[in-house]
Ligand binder design. Structure first.
Ligand SMILES: NC(=O)c1ccc[n+]([C@@H]2O[C@H](COP(=O)([O-])OP(=O)(O)OC[C@H]3O[C@@H](n4cnc5c(N)ncnc54)[C@H](O)[C@@H]3O)[C@@H](O)[C@H]2O)c1
Length: 264
């Protein structure tokens, strides 16, 4: 039996962090399903190039330079998209930064502010601007790319995991508040996925193998599936959650990590 995703074609989808590994896979997947994709990223040239590629494949796409940490810029961008492209039916919060992998006692205030600005304040800015409008229209789907680090404690990821836990809570809280108004909000929590973000640390000797196989001396488990996720394996779950086939899914977190969270 083949199942076609419905409810995406004809929608306007705003994807933040769209130039990144997961964001670009999500943008491509939603475009292939027929959404008009607004590819937003702080890397404006990259966003424009991605939109051009998607248009070349016959999709409707617009590239937008957007810094999700800037509340006023987000409000302006959402207003412009709604006036020029269409009412946003799907928001995917994929912009994120890993920050430095370090012991908690070694971080300085600037690192805290940077990681929280992008990973927690960013989704808040976007969900506040888009959620208000979706609630008025009594329709909308929001998917935040969180992380399995929000639910399992990992050494060296104090700031990242805490900022992602905030994003998980914000998204699910909005989902609860808007559940009666036709707006669904869900978190997708990936484990290590092959993108620029995860590869950034693989130059450290043994790091890649440690992520795969675990580090018992650092209380870290590996990935039971024995490999990292392909960004398209995250994107297909996001597309499903944005579709009508997931119509009863809201206020929840879907973990896509090859089993590494060991959650029942
Ligand atoms: N790769 C992984 O292993 C992994 C695992 C779990 C969760 N995640 C999450 O998935 C999401 C996507 O990560 P990725 O692996 O594709 O990383 P990536 O580094 O490839 O992409 C992140 C994108 O976010 C953009 N960005 C950063 N700051 C921004 C800002 N202020 N405003 C707008 N855009 C901004 C970057 O320009 C980049 O294009 C992130 O939220 C990340 O935390 C990734």
């Amino acid at each position: 039996m083949t199942m076609q995703l419905t409810g995406i074609a004809g929608s306007t989808a705003l994807v933040t962090g769209a130039v990144g590994g997961i964001g670009s896979a999500v943008a491509s997947c939603l475009a292939a399903a027929g959404a008009a994709v607004v590819a937003a990223d702080i890397d404006g040239a990259g966003a424009a190039a991605l939109a051009e590629t998607l248009r070349g494949q016959g999709a409707s796409a617009l590239g937008l330079r957007l810094d999700v940490t800037d509340h006023a810029e987000v409000e302006r961008a959402v207003d412009t998209v709604e006036r020029t492209v269409g009412p946003i039916g799907i928001l995917v919060n994929a912009a994120g930064v890993l920050g430095r992998v370090a012991a908690l006692t070694e971080y300085d205030d600037a690192e805290w502010q940077r990681v929280f600005a992008v990973n927690a304040h960013g989704p808040f800015n976007c969900m506040r601007a888009v959620g208000r409008r979706m609630a008025e229209r009594r329709a909308g789907r929001i998917v935040t790319i969180g992380s399995n680090s929000a639910a399992i404690v990992k050494t060296g990821q104090g700031l990242y995991g805490a900022s992602k836990a905030a994003a998980h809570y914000l998204t699910n809280c909005l989902g609860l508040e808007l559940a009666g108004q036709g707006v669904r909000c869900v978190v997708v929590a990936p484990g290590t996925t092959e993108t620029a973000m995860s590869r950034a640390n693989w130059h450290v000797s043994g790091r890649r193998e440690a992520l795969l196989h675990g580090e018992p001396d650092r209380y870290r488990v590996g990935i039971p599936r024995g490999r990292f996720a392909d960004p398209r394996e995250i994107a297909s779950v996001v597309a499903f959650l944005a579709s009508d086939q997931a119509a009863h899914l809201t206020v929840t977190t879907v973990t896509v990590d090859g089993g590494s969270s060991l959650r029942p």
